[in-house]
Design a protein around this ligand. Structure first.
Ligand SMILES: Cc1cc2nc3c(=O)[nH]c(=O)nc-3n(C[C@H](O)[C@H](O)[C@H](O)COP(=O)(O)OP(=O)(O)OC[C@H]3O[C@@H](n4cnc5c(N)ncnc54)[C@H](O)[C@@H]3O)c2cc1C
Length: 355
């Protein structure tokens, strides 16, 4: 069976981002790479959005970017600016096409459906397939989104809504998220932060229909695309192996308080590419301990007091938007961290230290 210098298991966001980074930095000129991806074909299946706090290779896959956003709870709306760090939405269909076209140019890159088709004993492996047990105690971010088109102009496409908590909470944390791509099209998602086995929240089509028709007061529209997913709000655990690095969600690249992963994946890919010649000796790349610690406390509060979360998220955005964005994107300094911490209900958070 054929052997390769490197193997990437899972050709999704992290696997392809890493392969692309290696390829454009000419790290695969004299090395071979096998990408193991089980899907039969690539098509748009996700929309990756984030505040652009760092450069990345996929500006040409951005579907839309915004400099204004809003957050709201019943009877209160906060309008915020994000001029310094625009919010971008990447179309995964464009991303897959761009990366796969580039990778096809290199004869040292090979694609397989199953790792058993090759000999992986002597290769260095980058694994993006998480082995996550569906543990009922763990928190997940579940979501279901639809892209809709309207006949007449309806949306203000200069501003997106990050979190609308003016909806049924069902003893969990629930919000809607609206990204208007144009005056006549938008992605609208229903998002739950809750346990995996909470089936009572899965009437997604009804939630979306009710939100569009009775909350946004939009009657004439058609659904053109749907996406559904769940992001684990905990880190998968693995045995450390000398010839293997986990990447993507499997590699702990998700910010647990928000689910944001895309930009962390890009930064991890750059780190690996820069150090590929020394890959078995480098320090593990991770989201810094301070965010891991603060997110853990935040999630304890979320689990114990879901009813308080709309107010807590709303209050967080009463700090300067630039500070909140940096904090949520792992770029804040000590003083910026403090200004967010001071916005939190102190007694609730202090108690959470001892749960
Ligand atoms: C619907 C959705 C929307 C999201 N939106 C955002 C967002 O807006 N912003 C953000 O920052 N993050 C977002 N995330 C979180 C995160 O960015 C994505 O999940 C991202 O795709 C994670 O990349 P990954 O490579 O770890 O996983 P994936 O992209 O899921 O890639 C894993 C790949 O492994 C393949 N695979 C699985 N099992 C095997 C196997 N046994 N053998 C071979 N291949 C296998 C899969 O087919 C897949 O292609 C979203 C997640 C989902 C699910």
């Amino acid at each position: 069976m054929k052997e390769f210098d490197y193997i990437i298991v899972g050709g999704g966001c992290a696997g392809l981002s890493l392969a692309y980074e290696l390829e454009i930095n000419k790290k695969l000129k004299d090395k071979t790479l096998a990408i193991i991806e089980k899907r039969a074909e690539y098509k748009k299946d996700k929309t990756w959005s984030f505040w652009k706090v760092a450069t990345h290779n996929f500006d040409d896959c951005v579907k839309k970017s915004w400099k204004n956003f809003s957050v709201n709870i019943p009877k209160k709306t906060n309008y915020l600016e994000c001029t310094s760090y625009p919010y971008q939405s990447i179309d995964s269909g464009l991303f897959y096409e761009k990366v796969n076209n580039k990778l096809k140019e290199n004869e040292n890159i090979f694609f397989f459906k199953d790792i058993n088709e090759i000999n992986s004993k002597n290769s260095f492996i980058f694994n993006s397939v998480p082995s996550i047990k569906k543990d009922h105690r763990n928190l997940w971010q579940h979501f279901y989104g639809v892209e809709i088109e309207t006949q007449n102009n309806f949306f203000d496409d200069e501003i997106f809504n990050l979190m609308d908590f003016d909806c049924d909470q069902r003893e969990s944390t629930h919000f809607f998220y609206t990204l208007p791509y144009s005056k006549t099209s938008a992605l609208i998602e229903t998002t739950w932060l809750s346990k995996m086995n909470d089936k009572s929240q899965k009437d997604y089509d009804n939630q979306i229909k009710d939100y569009i028709e009775n909350h946004l007061n939009l009657k004439n529209y058609k659904i053109t695309y749907k996406e559904e997913g769940a992001i684990p709000l905990f880190y998968p655990t693995y045995e450390e192996t000398k010839n293997k690095i986990n990447i993507g969600t499997a590699g702990g690249m998700t910010r647990l308080s928000t689910g944001y992963t895309f930009l962390n994946i890009q930064e991890h890919s750059k780190y690996i590419s820069e150090n590929i010649e020394n890959i078995s000796k480098i320090k593990k790349y991770k989201i810094s301990n301070k965010y891991q610690y603060l997110d853990e406390i935040f999630l304890r509060v979320l689990e114990k007091h879901p009813e308080k979360m709309p107010d807590i998220f709303f209050k967080m955005f009463e700090a300067s938007p630039k500070t909140v964005i940096k904090f949520l994107s792992n770029k804040s300094n000590f003083f910026e961290d403090l200004s967010i911490i001071f916005k939190m209900p102190k007694i609730t958070f202090i108690k959470a230290l001892f749960y």
